[in-house]
Design a protein around this ligand. Structure first.
Ligand code: FPP
Ligand code: MG
Length: 294
């Protein structure tokens, strides 16, 4: 029996889903699924049972997302910090992950799972990758930019989340997607993760819709600003080149335009070459990891 696809929304849920779908809908939602142990304590069951119910809730939530047309979900399944928990709890979570994620994969669901992850680690790794690119002669130091860093993150294939939801009443990000959520709608909900309902998700989407125009404006302004800054840097570089060649920096507008165009075309070529090399390097690392753990 399919886990995600089984069960449809109730008539009332479907009706409300259709109403909410008339507004701007998120394409990507990230979850910090918090509160499994408090739930276990509240229901007087074993911790592992709390985590297991938490996982079942994830499958249910994915189904709601699919029904709502939200095709991308990212979850914080296990942070690097979580390794500090007792050995039995960590082992239990690992067992759960092994059993349950392989089953989820069979359902071909589009789910990003952040496992042994922290955002600061991801960002510093991206910085190291760019430094490696410069060292290898693939990149010029002037190629380093926010947009290149963005492409070096593990999430480079996904749009940034529109909504980040944390359950259990905790109001912090705990080192999760810090870079990617700068213009996301942050929703903190008191419900414990295993008790999450369709209506909690519905409320989070309503909050997103109420803030949509402000968020969109902030995103657009930020993108514009990034473009403007890059253009300013390029113009300064061209001015420097022309002066070095003994030409008048502000003289020939056509020459300046040609130089600017060449500059950005060459940068794009270097960046693409670097990103391809990075992908190969990562694939090689994963292959070696696979061989070592086999
Ligand atoms: C937070 O609750 C939850 C986790 C640390 C694990 C999240 C995992 C799942 C929901 C199951 C799916 C993932 C795996 C690894 C199979 P908590 O343990 O922090 O509970 P508390 O906040 O009440 O202490
Ligand atoms: Mg917790």
């Amino acid at each position: 029996m399919s886990w995600i696809k089984e069960g449809e929304l109730s008539l009332w849920e479907r009706f409300c889903a259709n109403i909410i779908k008339a507004g701007p809908m998120p394409k990507h939602i990230a979850f910090i699924m918090d509160g499994n142990r408090r739930y276990a304590k509240k229901c007087q069951v074993e911790r592992q049972e709390g985590h297991s119910q938490g996982f079942n809730k994830l499958a249910e939530t994915l189904r709601w997302c699919l029904n709502l047309g939200i095709l991308e979900v990212t979850v914080y399944a296990f942070s690097i910090e979580n390794f500090k928990r007792s050995k039995s709890e960590v082992d239990g979570l690992m067992d759960l992950a092994r059993q349950k994620f392989s089953r989820l994969m069979e359902e071909q669901c589009f789910l990003n799972v952040c496992f042994a992850y922290t955002s600061r680690h991801e960002i510093s790794n991206a910085v190291r990758e760019m430094a490696w690119g410069v060292e290898q002669g693939l990149l010029d130091p002037s190629d380093i930019s926010e947009s290149l860093l963005d492409k070096c993150l593990y999430t480079n294939r996904s749009p940034h989340p529109d909504i980040l939801i944390r359950t259990s009443g905790e109001v912090r990000l705990s080192d999760f997607l810090l870079w990617q959520t700068s213009h996301s709608c942050l929703v903190f909900q008191p419900v414990l993760w295993p008790e999450y309902t369709f209506w909690n998700l519905f409320e989070a989407i309503l909050q997103f819709q109420m803030n949509h125009s402000v968020l969109q404006k902030a995103r657009d302004m930020y993108a514009e600003e990034r473009k403007r800054q890059q253009l300013e840097r390029d113009q300064a570089t061209v001015t420097e080149q022309l002066l070095r060649e003994g030409l008048q920096a502000s003289g020939d507008a056509q020459l300046r335009r040609t130089r600017l165009h060449k500059l950005s075309a060459r940068r794009e070529e270097r960046v693409q070459g670097f990103l391809q090399a990075l992908e190969l390097k990562r694939a090689d690392w994963l292959a070696r990891l696979g061989t070592a753990s086999a």
